[in-house]
Design a protein around this ligand. Structure first.
Ligand SMILES: [Zn+2]
Length: 356
């Protein structure tokens, strides 16, 4: 009972951030088609008095002028998610898919979703094994591995042939969006696909909102970059002039063998592209310790962020990355409100901290 009471108070503190996280999770946005989610994000920035500009790739950058305008800070999170596209239309009218981003294909067995055509028509469907009917096939077929060539997207529309499916306006390359299956438990766990990185986007807007409500402003002019191609590795090519530090707000990985927690903010020490800026990591660690924010410092093998990719692309920046810890990343993810709260508090402090 005590635990539930605690959850209520954290929920209240996170009010706007949590609601926005849930709203964004409900707007499908696979890399390559994020416009609806970005329109919502743009509206939030506008409401906070920070108009956005759109990059050529249709990502958004909002700028908040800070006390110091000579050196700028950049904070990024990505709105795009994993998904799939149509690889081929089978003779039986169903679709073979190809994953977008580092998806765990096993996690999509039996998942619902929809395919969106170039013209914007949407058809619901389900990713099913080729031999799904338990009553119809021998034992060895039932145990087929779940690979790209043994599962098909079964459309919920009457079609039994390739030409009938083509007549629906479906082409190769059409994007497939899987349902997030979002659930917030009364014990404070938030379960959903694509917490990575919709929680990050909501945390940025939540931090700005809390600061504005409290009359706070950033130490330096700060750009907020909401990227739309992070999952396929080309998120943040536009670095505004005078930017010296690039902080990605992205997911922490809770798994056997990592140090992260669903009840703390993860500060990344390294990923498989780079070590992050050591003095910057120390500054974040000290901020967390001085303000009793639960934190973990961690490093991951199969991980890159918009900040580390910017370094790999040759940008001269001090790169940092932190974010909420989540279980089962790129699968059916789960975090706890504790982790969202810890990240929100650290982000608010980070924005008010002098660049090194
Ligand atoms: Zn991410």
């Amino acid at each position: 009972m005590k635990n539930v009471k605690n959850v209520q108070s954290v929920k209240k503190k996170l009010d706007y951030t949590l609601k926005l996280t849930l709203d964004l999770l409900a707007i499908p946005s696979v890399s390559g088609d994020c416009d609806a989610a970005l329109a919502r994000v743009r509206k939030e920035f506008n409401d906070l008095g920070l108009p956005c500009r759109e990059t050529n790739k249709r990502a958004l950058i909002a700028t908040w002028n800070g006390a110091d305008d000579s050196r700028h800070r950049l904070i990024a999170a990505h709105i795009d998610t994993l998904g799939a596209d149509v690889r081929l239309i089978k003779e039986n009218g169903r679709l073979r898919l190809r994953p977008i981003g580092g998806l765990d294909w096993r996690s999509l067995a039996g998942e619902n979703g929809f395919v969106r055509t170039l013209e914007g028509k949407e058809y619901r469907g389900t990713l099913m094994p080729d031999h799904a009917a338990r009553h119809a096939f021998p034992e060895e077929v039932r145990n087929e591995p779940h690979t790209l060539d043994t599962v098909e997207f079964r459309l919920d529309v009457r079609t039994g042939s390739k030409s009938e499916t083509e007549a629906l306006g479906i082409h190769c390359g059409d994007l497939v969006f899987f349902d997030p299956r979002t659930e917030l438990t009364d014990t404070g766990y938030l379960k959903s696909r694509f917490l990575d990185d919709k929680a990050g986007v909501a945390l940025i807007l939540g931090a700005i909102r809390q600061m504005k409500e409290q009359g706070l402003s950033p130490a330096h002019t700060t750009h907020f970059y909401i990227t739309n191609y992070e999952e396929i590795g080309h998120g943040a090519p536009v670095i505004p002039e005078r930017t010296v530090e690039f902080t990605a707000i992205d997911i922490g990985v809770v798994a056997e063998g990592t140090a992260s927690s669903e009840h703390a903010v993860t500060i990344l020490a390294r990923d498989n592209i780079t070590h992050y800026d050591r003095p910057g990591i120390l500054q974040l660690k000290r901020l967390a310790e001085e303000h009793d924010i639960p934190y973990r410092i961690d490093g991951y093998q199969n991980y890159g962020s918009d900040a580390s990719v910017a370094l790999r692309c040759g940008k001269d920046l001090s790169a940092l990355c932190f974010g909420p810890g989540a279980e089962a990343t790129h699968h059916y993810e789960r975090t706890h409100l504790d982790s969202l709260e810890a990240t929100l508090r650290l982000l608010i402090l980070h924005l008010q901290t002098q660049l090194l």
